[in-house]
Design a binder for this molecule. Sequence first.
Ligand code: AMP
Length: 363
Amino acid sequence: MCIGVLGGGQLGRMLALAGYPLGLQFRFFDPSPQAPAGQVAELVVGDYADAGALARFAEGLERVTYEFENVPLSAVKSLPRSLPVYPPLLALEVAQDRLAEKTFFQKLGVPTPPFYPVTTQGDFERGLERIGFPALLKTRRLGYDGKGQRLLRTPAEAEAAWAALGGQPLLLEGFVPFERELSLLSVRSLSGQVAHYPLVENHHASGILRKSLAPAPDTPSRLQHQAESIALKVMERLEYVGLLAIEFFELEGVLWANEMAPRVHNSGHWTLEGAETSQFENHLRSVLGLPLGSTAPRGYSAMLNLIGLKPEAARVLEIPGAHLHWYGKEVRPGRKVGHITLRADTPGGLEAGLRQLEALLTG
Ligand code: AMP
């Protein structure tokens, strides 16, 4: 059985690697001939607007999924109607536009930062009056890893941000003085079966995820239940099938939804070694209508992204519980080229490994 995946980045590559033991085959679609998934599976190279390339991609597939949430909707719509695509198009549509996403959360009664849509300078001024400082000005589309957004603390910063970003659809958001950032990975299968992983604590620098701790330390079960009930509402409303990641801010015991990704997620890479079933395998099980695997953690895990650096494998692997994943990419500054998962049976063991690993990566 061949699964088609739109997008051929590292997420796709890890999907294929998780799917081979289940006897699945994969075909990827990506505009770049260097897409990392192409090293482990068939890759159709083409522009998302190229109907001929998309038709070649679709030939003989059983299912289509995606690993990149900015796949143009028109590319998905051009696939044969008889070919099931999961997660559903509506999820992709909502996740591609920060305004649609925040409006969606608000309509479901899910706490989300206050927001104001901005197109003109007049909207921006009205928005600032409504939201006040500090605020964030974000592009509505194609923002990721902190790209396309500015923090505004003063009118001068607002003016500079408008000069840089004005002229495209934007969203002004109230700044949430969160205590920490958490994410929930949930999965819903074709049969309606749902499973949730434990909340993950995420640490960003310059808008890019650096480190995830799973399960999130010192997390009351009340918070886990709040996150799960939000995810359930979101998935039911979208008639969702697949793995869904929701990113939250935690503030005074409340979770505020910031964004969601209708795909496997960087904050779920720890599940490869740190959970009974990985997010990649559960995503595949869900879109195929197979029973979901247990999401129970195996002890304590940390995931560190390798951003623009390639430490010596032997130095990483001598640390007990360390697992190394390369994405087959050339190292460039600011580029995610791999990650390391550390797994331990106790919180103390994890802390000791992290100290060693962080010293290696910064040394
Ligand atoms: P995003 O692209 O929306 O995921 O934002 C990237 C990062 O910017 C988040 O992980 C937060 O650290 C920060 N951020 C985004 N929106 C807000 C907000 N409304 N209040 C505070 N921090 C934010």
